[in-house]
Ligand binder design. Structure first.
Ligand SMILES: O=C(O)c1ccccc1N[C@@H]1O[C@H](COP(=O)(O)O)[C@@H](O)[C@H]1O
Length: 222
């Protein structure tokens, strides 16, 4: 089955356009002010316009207040809220009830312990996203361009719908898909020339790598 592909941290019409042309199923906008990918909600709304009905529009927020969510939801009208902080199951339920939107809850992973609380969110979060835990000293909870040990996800049942992120790029995405049961992949730094600067060439190369990974292996002579 073809994986969902989310290109995250978009800030230009060129990058949005290329992601859509290549078949991104999700495009993400970052509403975390310390991020080099931060974008004002009104600008994100304009950039997202060509994606409506073609790809899911994802608002990435970190321990958001209701005021922040009110502004983002009313301007951007996202399809999904990506909760990338330490939102409790109760907070996720409150957000879902307030905004009526599906939630993708992020778990930041370095060790097996980081996955202990997943069960508490089953039946509450609509989807999970497993990302690498930020290195010490980083101000960003995500978007650090580093991977984690994917074998830690081995116990996660196939019935659990999750995306994978953290340092994915054209060189490791095939391996990531082969080594996990991720139904989707999410990339930001891996399609950038520097933090916050997306490259259409790298977006192309990322999609090429996913397509190659997905292509059936032909028997010799066939
Ligand atoms: O990208 C950011 O700056 C960011 C800031 C705050 C929360 C999440 C952020 N990005 C998310 O991080 C992952 C993986 O990024 P990368 O490919 O390792 O750079 C992705 O889910 C982004 O949504």
């Amino acid at each position: 089955m073809k994986p969902d592909i989310k290109i995250c941290g978009l800030k230009t019409p060129e990058a949005v356009d290329r992601a859509l042309k290549r078949g991104a199923t999700h495009i993400g906008f970052i509403f975390f002010e310390k991020s080099p990918r931060y974008i004002e909600p009104d600008l994100a709304a304009k950039l997202a316009e060509p994606a409506r009905g073609k790809a899911k529009i994802v608002a990435v927020v970190v321990d958001p207040t209701n005021d922040e969510l009110d502004e983002i939801v009313s301007l951007l009208k996202p399809d999904i809220l990506q909760l990338h902080g330490s939102e409790s199951p109760e907070h996720v339920l409150t957000i879902k009830a307030l905004y009526g939107l599906p939630v993708m809850k992020v778990f930041s992973v370095r060790t097996a312990d980081d996955l202990k609380r997943v069960e508490a969110y089953i039946g509450i979060a609509d989807r999970f996203l497993f990302d690498a835990k930020a290195p010490k000293g980083s101000e960003l909870p995500g978007g650090n361009g580093i991977s984690f040990d994917w074998s830690l996800l081995g116990w996660i049942d196939e019935s659990i719908d999750y995306m994978l992120s953290g340092g994915l790029n054209k060189n490791n995405v095939a391996d990531a898909l082969a080594s996990t049961k991720a139904r989707g992949i999410d990339v930001s730094s891996g399609v950038e020339t520097e933090p916050g600067v997306k490259s259409v060439a790298l977006i192309d190369e990322f999609f090429d790598a996913v397509e190659k990974a997905d292509a059936p292996v032909m028997a010799p002579g066939s």
